[in-house]
Design a protein around this ligand. Structure first.
Ligand code: COS
Length: 385
């Protein structure tokens, strides 16, 4: 359900001010420490940012998809570490529960996810199952009134502080046709261990690690939605939504980089005038502006269609592909406009350049988005014939 327009505007203004006044000034510190200060985490919790997409009956803000992407535009305007902290509780970590959880499962976990008291992670990827998610090897063997999980999940965002994992595991007999089931697994379940924190190219302050399950016993009540064999579809639906959210973050980052590049170009003087006066610099600015605007329109249009109940798998993949590639080009142009300064760590532009690189990879690579788009086109054409 959508919020009242005035209340929504107030929320956006509050978040925009918080980003500008509290988060942007500590971007360098977060990168240097590879950590978000505890007082800022508390403020993020107090603003209700962990519960943007969690229904209001469970204590969240219950934003519509359009409202959520508008918030993500704002959050995208600073280091992705901040967005990543709340990203799993609003997206891939909670949406399986929101979309397919039983009433008991929702009541048990969603209120604490909405406040940020509990952090959730989405455990799909494995060492040998990334883009080919359905080839996952983690097994869940039925055992009395429960299951025993064994397997390793890789690059799991927020796993180092998660209290709850949505784990995707095979519940079939090991034959060719995989049956994938989603389980809600609490972090303190005996047999669940974490690997060391991964060292990454960018996005400092946001953390991933392996989640290792060795004979990890969970009750039958932990099967998401109480239904075996529906886990893969849950994962795909969650990713459709997540991809749209990430697209909005890409738009926010691009808009921030364009503003920074414009300000730099208007101040930096060469050949006796600000470099913004040179047509070759203007072309870089104009290309970035047009592409960011196109991505913004795609994201909003897709979000509205989803709010109307339409299936937006193709459009979400188009948005993710275009917006993540777009922010890569915008970040590259931002480095170019800043020249030598863009390459130096003191200006922070090179940090965004590294941070942006992940957007083309996680929640489905560009190549997976291409595959989803083309497959859906062919399916729709066959259905129409
Ligand atoms: N919504 C609902 N159901 C969906 C769906 C969606 N968006 N996409 C697929 N499904 C369903 C299909 O309809 C199919 O159901 P049936 O068996 O009833 O026909 C089932 O799921 C299997 O779909 P499909 O045959 O397309 O599966 P594939 O294994 O061939 O490929 C891709 C699926 C490649 C699209 C998938 O593995 C994928 O998205 N990979 C990327 C994973 C990813 O993004 N990882 C990022 C890490 S998590 S942050």
């Amino acid at each position: 359900m959508a919020l009242d327009a005035d209340i929504m505007q107030q929320l956006l203004d509050t978040i925009s001010r918080f980003v500008r006044e509290r988060l942007v000034p500590i971007e360098f510190q977060v990168a240097a420490d590879d950590a978000i200060p505890e007082d800022v985490k508390r403020e993020i919790r107090e603003l209700g940012l962990f519960g943007l997409s969690i229904p209001d009956e469970y204590g969240g803000l219950g934003l519509s998809m359009e409202e959520e992407v508008r918030v993500a535009f704002e959050l995208g305007r600073t280091s992705p570490a901040f967005r990543s902290l709340i990203g799993t509780n609003n997206g891939i970590g909670s949406q399986g529960l929101v979309l397919d959880g039983t009433p008991e499962q929702k009541a048990k976990y969603l209120p604490r996810l909405a406040t940020g008291e509990l952090i959730s992670s989405f455990a799909l990827t494995e060492p040998d199952a990334g883009s080919d998610a359905a080839s996952l090897k983690t097994r869940a063997l039925a055992d009395g009134d429960g299951f025993v999980l064994t397997g390793t999940k890789r690059f799991i965002t927020n796993a180092p502080y998660a209290g709850l994992f949505t784990v995707f595991a095979r519940t079939d007999d090991g034959g060719k046709e995989p049956e994938i089931t989603a389980f809600l697994v609490e972090a303190d379940t005996p047999g669940l261990h974490l690997g060391p924190i991964d060292k990454k190219m960018g996005q400092s302050g946001s953390h991933t690690c392996d989640v290792i399950m060795e004979k990890c016993r969970v009750p039958s009540s932990s099967v998401l939605g109480g239904l075996k064999g529906t886990g893969f579809k849950t994962a795909m639906k969650v990713l459709d939504r997540g991809r749209l959210h990430i697209s909005a973050v890409c738009v926010g980052m691009a808009e921030r980089l364009i503003e920074d590049s414009l300000a730099y170009a208007m101040n930096r003087t060469q050949f006796g005038e600000p470099i913004a006066q040179f047509q070759l610099i203007q072309a870089l600015l104009a290309d970035s502006r047009a592409e960011a605007y196109a991505a913004r329109c795609m994201v909003l249009e897709t979000a509205r269609a989803r709010d109307e109940g339409k299936r937006v798998s193709t459009e979400a993949a188009c948005s993710k592909m275009f917006a993540s590639e777009m922010v890569g080009r915008v970040a590259d142009r931002a480095v170019q406009i800043h020249g030598g300064a863009g390459y130096m760590t003191d200006y922070g532009i090179e940090r965004f350049y590294r941070d942006a690189r992940l957007f083309r990879i996680y929640e489905g690579t560009t190549q997976i988005q291409q595959l989803v788009i083309a497959r859906n086109m062919i399916r729709d054409a066959k259905n129409a014939a």
